[in-house]
Design a protein around this ligand. Structure first.
Ligand code: PRX
Length: 658
């Protein structure tokens, strides 16, 4: 890998001008939790009072003394307040008539079902919290969780929250090496995993993969294993424990730890511009306030709703909008273990019909896949229970928006296009479905109390309609990240040094229309958005260079019809290795082993040499042009301009496509 150049030429290309506007139906507006825009003005004039009002909807052991302390770049919200997240998500509902309401309705890929009422969830969380204590887990300890989408994932997180342990969920699709690195970075004491899970009818051997990671994670003292399928696994005596046995031997009740509002609730790793994932830190009081409020206001949740977010809990969407937000709001949440096309391409619509899902939240990549499969799949099912649709993870193209609106929402359901990030913790930009008109591909206004702007390189607001720039958040918000685990410098550097003045740098490009609606234009850094998931080009490059045959690698984002973007790789080989389809397959697999299937390069191009500037920097801009089939940009700064012509020819002749 060479040194990095500033990415250019991939962001500010404007999308099509969009002038279609859709009103939320009057019947929706009439019943909406929020149906007038007055909250925006009120929140803007006194944001602290606004957030304090929302925090007051939670249950606190001790009220806060001050709403906000802000010393760039560190915010403290609800200073002096004490509360417990599991009490807010479970106990307080289990004490009311909600105790018999379904908290989680789970469906396994095999078609097996489990329903946990709030009372059931209360019992399970208590027992598992006691079990964690019996293993010596204490307040502040880190617990890694590597599970399929089964209820124990939510129970495990809430049990950690109950005793004040910090959970670090690692997406079940990540490789053993990725798991190992995350465990070691967090210095986790306990790992919670399962014997396996199901994905498209195949068994995902989680414990088997975890065993590889565990060879090099000396910090782990205990491993808890959920029995999902009776899959054969190896048990390491003394270290490994079955979940179901542990909970049998402990107290059924576990007193919740009264946590400071600013105590850490969890860390979650995400990709940045370097090869090293960063552990994003979220704390308790502000985070819970932000996710609970946005759930109620943006998803309009009510006791009668059946809410389904299709994300995996391994990503932030699942943390905030499957577990903490909806449960804090007392919702009924559907959780599904498997793939959307298993056993057939109508599985999601079957689930919507079977459970009477009313609010449905998914990603553009999924919508594009549904479009490709065809409208006959949703048409087979009764989707009349749906009343609100959501999307998240990447910009949604107008065609996909219209398809979603017509074929899933049947032109009855408002769509909320919600912009946010692992770092922001909560949705920051979205329409309010009972208030705002919808405009395909425009996320809408900042949530009340949030201030966002579009800035140029100098930090000046971009004047005038349609001009593209960097999206910046200009005031602290309650669910904002509080840092990067073990790396305060990187925190400062990454988010707070882009401009001279106080503003959070999102790494996204955006433009605004005359109504003040924001349209998100994609990342401006070396982070790819593959199916709504963040992958750093540097991580993929590091994985490739780790292979014995590779001398140098450069990875760029290539547009993909369904997945949005996929990694395209250019590699040069070490002496004695020759290019060919077998090596290409091997390299792709190597990336899968190092990171996970999500990072698999779509194409690998073997290059005699990579295009570099005279100072030795790899010109990723040119590689992006080649990969996109564009006319090559300026090549005058290249050390050897014949290199790109050669690569372009090779690319056009075609590498081995996935
Ligand atoms: O580029 C933006 C894109 O996803 C990035 C954040 O990724 P992650 O931290 O993995 O969180 C994804 C789920 C919150 C952002 O920097 N993104 C997210 N939502 C949208 C979006 N881009 C456009 N429109 C959205 N609604």
């Amino acid at each position: 890998m060479g040194t990095r150049e500033v990415p250019e030429g991939r962001v500010f290309s404007d999308l099509l001008a969009e002038d279609r506007l859709f009103d939320p139906p009057a019947s929706f507006r009439e019943q909406a939790n929020i149906s007038d825009g007055g909250a925006r003005a009120a929140a803007a004039s006194d944001p602290e009072a606004f957030w304090a009002g929302l925090a007051g909807e939670l249950e606190w052991d001790r009220p806060w003394d001050r709403v906000l302390e802000w010393e760039t770049p560190y915010a403290k919200w609800f200073v002096g307040g004490k509360l417990n997240a599991s009490v807010n998500c479970v106990d307080r509902h289990a004490r009311t008539r909600r105790r018999n309401q379904a908290a989680i309705i789970w469906e396994g890929e095999l078609g097996d079902r489990r329903t946990l009422t709030y009372w059931d969830l209360y019992r399970e969380v208590n027992k598992f919290a006691s079990a964690l204590k019996s293993l010596g887990v204490e307040k502040g300890d880190r617990v890694a969780i590597y599970l399929p989408m089964i209820p124990e994932l939510a129970i495990g997180m809430l049990a950690c929250a109950r005793i004040g342990a910090i959970h670090s969920v690692v997406f079940g699709g990540f490789s053993a090496e990725a798991l190992r690195d995350r465990i070691n970075d967090a210095q986790a004491k306990v790992l919670i995993t399962a014997d396996g899970g199901y994905r498209r009818g195949q068994i995902v051997p989680l414990k088997h993969d975890a065993d590889y990671a565990l060879r090099e994670t000396p910090c782990i003292e205990h491993v808890v294993i959920v029995r999902r399928g009776d899959f054969p696994i190896r048990i390491h005596e003394g270290r490994d424990h079955w979940w179901h046995r542990l909970v049998d031997d402990v107290e059924a009740k576990c007193e919740p730890e009264s946590m400071d509002a600013e105590d850490i609730l969890y860390t979650l790793y995400t990709s940045g511009t370097t090869g090293k994932p960063k552990g994003i830190i979220h704390t308790t009081g502000g985070y819970l306030t932000g996710v609970c409020a946005t759930t109620k206001w943006i998803f309009d949740l009510k006791d009668t709703d059946v809410y389904w977010c299709t994300a995996d809990i391994g990503w932030v969407t699942g943390h905030s909008y499957i577990v903490y937000g909806p449960l804090a709001a007392g919702a009924t949440v559907v959780m599904y273990e498997g793939a959307p096309d298993w056993p057939e391409r109508d599985r999601f619509w079957q689930i919507v019909e079977d459970y009477g899902v009313t609010v449905f939240y998914t990603a553009p990549t999924a919508i594009r896949a549904f479009m490709k499969w065809g409208a006959e799949y949703p048409a087979r099912h009764d989707l009349s229970s749906l009343r609100l649709l959501g999307t998240v993870g990447e910009p949604i193209n107008p065609e996909a928006w219209m398809w979603y609106y017509e074929h899933i929402g049947k032109q009855r359901c408002p769509i909320v296009d919600t912009w946010w990030q692992t770092e922001t913790g909560m949705i920051l930009i979205s329409t309010l479905p009972g208030v705002d008109r919808m405009k395909p591909s425009y996320a809408g206004h900042p949530f009340p109390g949030i201030e966002a702007d579009i800035l140029d390189d100098q930090g000046k607001p971009i004047e005038g309609q349609g001009g593209g720039g960097y999206l910046a958040i200009t005031k602290p918000w309650p669910a904002m990240l509080r840092g990067i685990w073990g790396d305060p410098e990187r925190y400062q550097q990454q988010y707070w040094t882009k401009w001279d003045h106080d503003a959070y740098f999102t790494s996204d490009g955006a433009k605004q229309d005359s109504d003040g609606y924001f349209c998100l234009l994609g990342r401006v850094d070396d982070v790819l958005n593959v199916s709504g998931h963040r992958i750093s080009t540097m991580e993929v490059e590091s994985a490739l260079v780790d292979h014995a045959s590779v001398a140098e690698a450069a990875v760029v984002g290539v547009k993909h019809e369904v997945r949005g973007e996929v990694p395209g790789a250019f590699v040069t080989l070490r002496q004695g290795h020759s290019p060919g389809p077998a090596l290409e397959t091997d390299l792709k697999q190597h990336v899968v082993n190092k990171i996970g299937a999500i990072a698999r390069p779509h194409q690998v191009i073997f290059a005699g040499e990579l295009p570099k500037t005279r100072s030795g920097k790899i010109m990723r801009r040119l590689l992006r042009d080649i990969a996109a089939g564009r006319v090559l940009g300026d090549t005058t700064t290249l050390a050897d301009s014949s290199v790109v012509e050669q690569l372009k020819k090779q690319y056009e002749e075609g590498g081995q496509e996935e």
